[in-house]
Design a binder for this molecule. Sequence first.
Ligand code: G3D
Ligand code: MG
Length: 179
Amino acid sequence: MPIKIKLCVLGDPSVGKTSLIRHYCEGFFKEDYLSTIGVDFNRKTMDIDINGETNQVMMTIWDIGGQTLWAAVRRNYLNGAQGILLLFDLTNRSSLSHIRDWFMDVTNVLGDQVPISIIGNKSDLEFNPNVNTIAKDLCSTLRADLRCYTASAKVGTNMDQVFEDMALEILTKIKEESE
Ligand code: G3D
Ligand code: MG
């Protein structure tokens, strides 16, 4: 029986949430589809090794479209999430400046222990390296244990890394709590 994990992906409209989840779950990047109106989810099964033991994990990844969703509704979808990916677009400064709001939103619902990673997406495009520096600073100010990545949902850069690191962190937490 695989261990089930619930992950939610949040961030401003157009930062690449749907692209990242689809590419990771289906192995390809679709250039055209309707932007997320509501909420969608995908599944991915993976093997995660802890201390030489292989664990099969089934990750349900929720794509929570921010734009039309009321905070109260979002709260419902966040319930039970064991890990959070907060996305911004490396070529869009305002999407980075909203990360703090997304972070507060999430920790208000899930508390301050939930594993969170912050991802600057679209690294295949040209972007100002200052943005990455600002993102790293923000990460360490928000919470010391946040991971911060640059990634590309288009090319797939760092994509497996982001999800596998998160799965490992969640699984380690689950195992520690059950001991
Ligand atoms: P969202 O789900 O966060 O709203 P989408 O974002 O996944 O719908 O992506 C928004 C737009 O950004 C899409 O372009 C998509 O193709 C593009 N995009 C997503 N990720 C990347 C990436 O890593 N690199 C590049 N170059 N583009 C990306 P359109 O033109 O369809 O709006
Ligand atoms: Mg979307």
